[in-house]
Design a protein around this ligand. Sequence first.
Ligand SMILES: NC(=O)c1ccc[n+]([C@@H]2O[C@H](COP(=O)([O-])OP(=O)(O)OC[C@H]3O[C@@H](n4cnc5c(N)ncnc54)[C@H](OP(=O)(O)O)[C@@H]3O)[C@@H](O)[C@H]2O)c1
Length: 312
Amino acid sequence: MEIIFYHPTFDTAWWLKALAKAIPGANVREWKAGDNAHADYALVWHPPVEMLAGRKLKAVFALGAGVDSILSKLKAHPEMLDTSIPLFRLEDTGMGLQMQEYAVSQVLHWFRRFDDYQALKSQAKWQPLQEYTRDEFTIGIMGAGVLGAKVAESLQAWGFPLRCWSRTRKSWPGVESFAGTEELSAFLSQTRVLINLLPNTAETVGIINAGLLNQLQDGAYVLNLARGVHLNEDDLLASLNSGKLKGAMLDVYSREPLPEDSPLWKHSRVAMTPHIAAVTRPAEAVDYISRTILNLESGKAVTGQVDRVRGY
Ligand SMILES: NC(=O)c1ccc[n+]([C@@H]2O[C@H](COP(=O)([O-])OP(=O)(O)OC[C@H]3O[C@@H](n4cnc5c(N)ncnc54)[C@H](OP(=O)(O)O)[C@@H]3O)[C@@H](O)[C@H]2O)c1
């Protein structure tokens, strides 16, 4: 079995060795420009068109959870990958735990009013504040997929009222499920903390805008863990400045790296990280990819295939 690998920043030597060890009999090589030799599988991130075009692959694996970059490249270069070739993405592979850490720590930070206490500290003010109660801290998770489910599970352990919004209805114990655009307003109306874990698709671009933010509870918080294109940053700043929103924590931005002149950097109620919410964990990813390839080879059921029409 021949496997080609391309990632612009990963430690390729480590991946080649780990994959060869995990898939007995596989010959795993780094793809380099001009390599047109036979391959059965391709593992890629931001692949050059010529790496995949014209190949009769059994499957392609994206080395991340989101496939928006590869699908947008495919839109511009449909010749890159025949529609009959299945595209897989990383399902969880250690990202779920990272998302749980991020979401739980930030929700507790807001719930315990540490943002307000930091502001009081900067004024040298000793002032105990009214506590928030859980019943006024409903958390709404947009995107109830692999990562949304993990985040819901971890916040449930802390006793917060939970709701989720997705395309199709979920039946998760203790989580109120809302589905489709017709139920989005109902989902938003009771939400105090909005956590975004949607994929980047034609339907979800710009979804967190003034119209959506205005439907949240007063004094709401926004946690964007998915993609920068979901959020209209001007609308977010306007909602913060009007007092509708109390705070925001962002991991992803409309442009990355975020330009130095972005007003987000300076806003006192915007907390930020540089797209590190959940990174690919190599050992877990190799485990998932090798298991999936071995299952495909033996005709067993697999998960993680992207629906290229749906866009995720
Ligand atoms: N910041 C980071 O470091 C980082 C790291 C990893 C991933 N991410 C982002 O997180 C996203 C989610 O990952 P995942 O693995 O949880 O994805 P996933 O399993 O594919 O889940 C996507 C969820 O979004 C819902 N959805 C999709 N389109 C929708 C629409 N138009 N309306 C309502 N709901 C919609 C889906 O609904 P159904 O369940 O009904 O299909 C599903 O529940 C990724 O796409 C990626 O962009 C960010």
